[in-house]
Design a protein around this ligand. Structure first.
Ligand code: SF4
Length: 345
């Protein structure tokens, strides 16, 4: 039996996309995962994860003392090989300090410390790139979407909270739900017309209740969406922003007919729950490897704009000042696409 470690201290979406690698490694033995405090909870109940070591690299574990502490925790797992899903010099040093061999991408900042380097395939989905880190995953070239689909395991409490939220909103058992996730950490990734879309959907999908997913900071976006629906005479919007854990949001997505989202974490939660997903891309493009992986999926973006993509993550302001990649994506086009996805076939 092999004991492995997976080091992933990037954003939530990256952690979710690392779950296929974790599941693959778990076929051969134990897998221990190093995660940030923000992302650790999303791995709860995951059958492939033997333990989660929280690395608070910008807080309690900042500095060399913190690095040594986490390295000691890693050493205690008995893991002999580290898969560097996050490529900084700091995580590379962590594996070294823990006395482990390491495997990572050939273009990562920490690559000089790795025992083995794997080609970073820009043309692959990121889940596929990460999956290829496992040395025995030589079939990564032809990996199937089912193998690359992330996996999450909401617990009974997560489903109970979701049910309570829907009961409170007066949702009937079979009532169809459509999720909107209007937020993103990056301002240029936030499509600005979710309220117009919601108004449009009152006419297009009159039997559906809209539910807004997101963090507490996305509440004003939910208010704008609720107002737009109310103005069109639609049923009350369910505002779930800030009310559910990450796995609670996943549980809620499993109950939804479809999700409309920016290129942000809810996209990957929906992939894990196989919820039909319409993803809107502005400053980034699906070819960067972060598109949806649900069976029913589609992406929309202003393909004719030559300035796309303009950054790896999407910045806080459009470098050209006009932000056409998102402003010119119409609510009508998005409404038509999601109606095709969620509406009667
Ligand atoms: S430069 Fe182009 S792709 Fe980047 S934010 Fe502006 S409009 Fe969007």
């Amino acid at each position: 039996m092999t004991i492995s470690a997976v080091l992933q201290t990037s954003f939530l979406g990256d952690m979710i996309l690392t779950t296929p690698l974790i599941a693959r490694l778990a076929c051969d033995g134990e897998v221990h995962v190093v995660a940030t405090p923000a992302n650790a909870g999303v791995l709860a109940n995951h059958p492939a994860v033997s333990s989660v070591i929280v690395y608070d690299k910008r807080g309690a574990d900042a500095g060399v003392g913190g690095l040594r502490h986490v390295a000691a925790c890693l050493r205690a797992t008995g893991a002999t090989i580290a898969y560097m899903a996050q490529g900084s010099w700091r995580t590379a040093a962590l594996a070294r300090l823990a006395g482990m061999r390491s495997v990572g991408f050939d273009r990562s900042a920490g690559r000089w410390l790795y025992s083995r380097r794997v080609a970073y395939r820009k043309d692959w989905h990121h889940a596929q790139r990460l999956w290829a880190l496992a040395s025995h995953s030589r079939g990564a070239e032809s990996a199937m979407v089912e193998q690359l689909r992330p996996s999450l395991y909401p617990g009974a409490e997560d489903y109970a909270r979701t049910s309570a939220l829907l009961d409170e909103a007066g949702v009937d058992a079979g009532e169809p739900l459509l999720a909107l996730a209007p937020g993103s950490v990056w301002a240029t990734k936030r499509w600005p017309s979710y309220d117009a879309l919601a108004g449009e959907l009152v006419a297009r999908l009159p039997d559906f209740r809209i539910v807004v997913l997101g963090a507490a900071g996305d509440a004003p976006l939910a208010v704008a969406i609720s107002e737009a629906v109310r103005h069109r005479g639609g049923p009350p919007v369910i505002d779930a922003t800030g009310r559910l854990s990450l796995l609670g949001s996943a549980a809620l997505l499993s109950r939804c007919a479809a999700l409309v989202t920016n290129d942000s974490a809810p996209l990957h939660l929906a992939s894990a729950m196989n919820t039909p997903t319409l993803a809107l891309f502005g400053p980034t493009v699906p070819a960067m490897g972060f598109g949806p992986l649900a069976d029913r999926r589609a992406t929309l973006g202003m393909d004719a704009l030559t300035c796309r993509p303009c950054s790896a993550h999407g910045g806080q302001a459009c470098p050209l000042g006009h932000w056409r990649c998102m402003r010119e994506l119409s609510a009508r086009a998005v409404g038509a696409a999601v109606t095709r996805m969620a509406g009667p076939s």
